[in-house]
Design a protein around this ligand. Structure first.
Ligand code: MSP
Length: 632
């Protein structure tokens, strides 16, 4: 068992948390849970950053003292983490005594190192970033490159840290530890900052009153970023050199958004070098969760209504969607329709139906889980795939490829669905000769589902537990070794773990558990798709809001359509058959879960159905229906 320490950024309490903070913390939570699953001793930190001018201003605006304001906002983060099922071991607050004392100890050590000196600073400051914007990044309008809000001119006496002195040591560290910063794009960005030369940084503010004072000059308040970074150590008991501190420092992973890597990968390590302490092992940066391509920001009114989506689909669907759909390290646009499509296809259909079906068959035909007495076709392939799935998932998680990890698990889920189908297990109940084989197939399917539940548990912990409960396991079994599932367990009736969600609450046709009609094997059969395949299509009623030609593409039109829950842009090859103005207001049928594509430089998020022969005629419903209605 080894110690594993992972942190999220500590979030500013100037406002309540939003989905972007949620994303950072869900990713870290997944890794924390994964390491616990591996049997490691995990310490998972999240928390809040409570000092500095930004918080002070927010408090003033709310008519509260800064401390009262922090005491009001901090619990909203705690509540949020509970809502997102975050398994942190500590919720760190920088207004805690433990932090204040630890930070002062660190500041004294920094001062004693001889790398701190007094000087004057002047420059443009972004209150939202809580940092001076370097000359190189300044625009003529003097606007923050991230927040797009006006900068403030500041001039004051400060203490400085000799960051420039550590340039060569930092460069050497980057070169000797290629994994220090991930992904490569961020590493390269930082390397080029390093190569272009580091300037000393100011570490105190004389104009700020809300914060921790410098132990060697109490007139000055430590710059909030410098103090915030120290929380990763003070939280462990750095001040008293506690057992916990000695077990977990240095951190294995500092997880964060791509906006704050410089603080973590350049300034923080240099500070640690100055006081002669070990550096964190990895700085891992994810992309931004965006809405319509823009970073979420309450200040700018760009947000994701995650409460509504969690209420509709459940928390695990939300977690699954973020981890499955976004490629880690890149920005990802939040789209409720994609969440719906993932829910329906991956969760309700592939996984939920499989569990339900297998449990239903066990219940109907056996007293408890049957023994695997009769090996047969496909069994070896299934058991081998179970093991390779475990290994591949592990590799993907180590590479922070959460989407690939989930896709690997789902390949296995789909394989088991096919296994059930190929063996036509439901037909084997008819005779006493075939029943033992039926029992074996059902045992294998349940054991596969147990494996799946173990593998998905870091991502969607509640679902993993529900699956094992329905299988009849009293305690969550985390061991991915084939054959551990006890025979004879009483399985539950199998409530759907992902009940069907219809945007407009329509009834869906129920599938019956019957053998498919016997078919002659002709060429025709290879053209057939299963009902499950058909159900993967997310067809929805939409209305065309606008249509316009695309320059240089005679056959294409750019359309904006309304799906009821969201608006989309898509490209349709109908320009030769429809005039743009004749399309506006028409109801059409859209394939809503088609992978986005860029067609002639225009993004297309879906496809419109049309009859296409010599003429092209848009498919539509007999009478109008509410937008977003599923078409089946
Ligand atoms: N207080 C500092 C961090 C100090 S850590 C020693 C801070 N706080 S913050 O509230 O602004 O949160 C920043 C972090 O929140 C980002 O680095 C990122 O992890 C997360 N996110 C904020 N908006 C986000 C998105 N839109 N998308 C994804 N993550 C986002 O900076």
């Amino acid at each position: 068992m080894s110690a594993f320490y992972i942190t999220t950024p500590i979030y500013y309490v100037n406002d309540e948390p939003h989905a972007g903070h949620g994303y950072s913390t869900i990713v870290a939570d997944t890794l924390a849970r994964y390491h616990r699953l591996k049997g490691n001793e995990v310490f998972f930190l999240t928390g809040v950053d409570e000092h500095g001018a930004k918080i002070h201003k927010a408090a003033e605006k709310a008519g509260l003292t800064p401390q009262d304001y922090c005491d009001k906002i901090a619990p909203t983060f705690i509540k949020f983490w509970k809502r997102l099922n975050i398994s942190h071991d500590i919720f760190m607050r920088t207004t805690s005594d433990m932090h204040k004392r630890g930070a002062q100890k660190f500041l004294n050590a920094l001062y004693t190192s001889g790398d701190v000196y007094k000087g004057t600073y002047e420059g443009y400051y972004c209150l939202h970033c809580e940092r001076f914007i370097p000359e190189k990044e300044l625009t003529a309008e003097k606007i923050c490159p991230i927040h797009k809000l006006p900068l403030e001119w500041l001039e004051e006496d400060n203490y400085f840290f000799k960051l420039s002195k550590y340039q060569d040591r930092l460069l050497a560290h980057f070169r000797e530890h290629p994994d220090f910063v991930y992904p490569a794009a961020r590493r390269n960005e930082l390397l080029s900052v390093l190569e272009s030369g580091l300037e000393d940084i100011s570490i105190s503010r004389s104009s700020v009153s809300w914060g921790i004072s410098l132990p060697f000059d109490p007139e000055h308040i430590v710059y909030v970023w410098i103090e915030a970074l120290m929380n990763y150590m003070t939280a462990l008991g750095y001040e008293t050199d506690s057992e916990q501190y000695r077990t977990f420092w240095p951190a294995d992973i500092h997880m964060m958004g791509k906006d704050i890597t410089r603080f973590h990968a350049l300034i923080w390590p240099a500070m640690l070098m100055a006081v002669d302490l070990p550096l964190p092992k990895q700085i891992i940066a994810h992309g931004f969760l965006t809405k319509d391509g823009e970073a979420l920001s309450k200040t700018r009114g760009i947000f994701v209504d995650l409460e509504a989506d969690i209420a509709k689909y459940g928390l695990d669907a939300f977690r699954y969607y973020l981890l499955r759909e976004f490629s880690f390290g890149n920005d990802g646009d939040y789209r409720p329709a994609r969440l719906h499509a993932r829910y329906t296809a991956d969760l309700a259909n592939d996984l939920g139906n499989l569990l339900n079906r297998v449990l239903g068959l066990v219940n109907k035909n056996f007293e408890g889980i049957p023994a695997p007495t009769t090996p047969g076709e496909f069994d070896d392939e299934i058991t081998a795939m179970a093991q390779t799935t475990v290994t591949t998932v592990e590799e993907h998680i180590k590479a922070f490829a959460f989407d690939a990890a989930l896709e690997t698990i789902w390949e296995f889920v789909r394989r088991i669905n096919r296994y059930v189908q190929q063996t036509q297990v439901w037909t084997l109940a008819r005779s006493p000769e075939t029943k033992p084989r039926m029992g074996t197939i059902l045992y294998n399917s349940l054991e596969a589902l147990r494996f799946i539940s173990v593998l998905i548990s870091p991502f969607v912990p509640d679902t993993a537990e529900k699956i094992q409960k329905q299988i009849g396991l009293a305690e969550f079994d985390t061991v991915a070794v084939w054959g551990r599932l006890p025979v004879g367990l009483t399985v539950s009736r199998g409530e759907p773990i992902f009940p069907r969600v219809d945007v407009k609450k329509q009834k869906q046709p129920q599938r019956k558990e019957t053998a498919p009609p016997k078919q002659k094997k002709t060429k025709e059969t290879s053209r057939l798709i299963s009902f499950a395949d058909f159900q993967k299509l997310d067809l929805q009623v939409a209305r065309i809001l606008s249509a316009e030609p695309i320059e240089g593409a005679d056959r294409l039109l750019k359309l904006q359509v309304d799906l009821g829950t969201e608006k989309r842009q898509l490209v349709a090859g109908i320009a030769e058959h429809y005039k743009p103005e004749a399309l506006v207001g028409k109801q059409v049928i859209v394939v809503a879960n088609l992978e986005p594509a860029t067609i002639r430089g225009v993004e297309s998020h879906g496809m419109i159905l049309a009859g296409s022969g010599d003429a092209v005629v848009l498919a539509t419903l007999d009478t109008e229906m509410p937008l977003g209605t599923q078409v089946r």
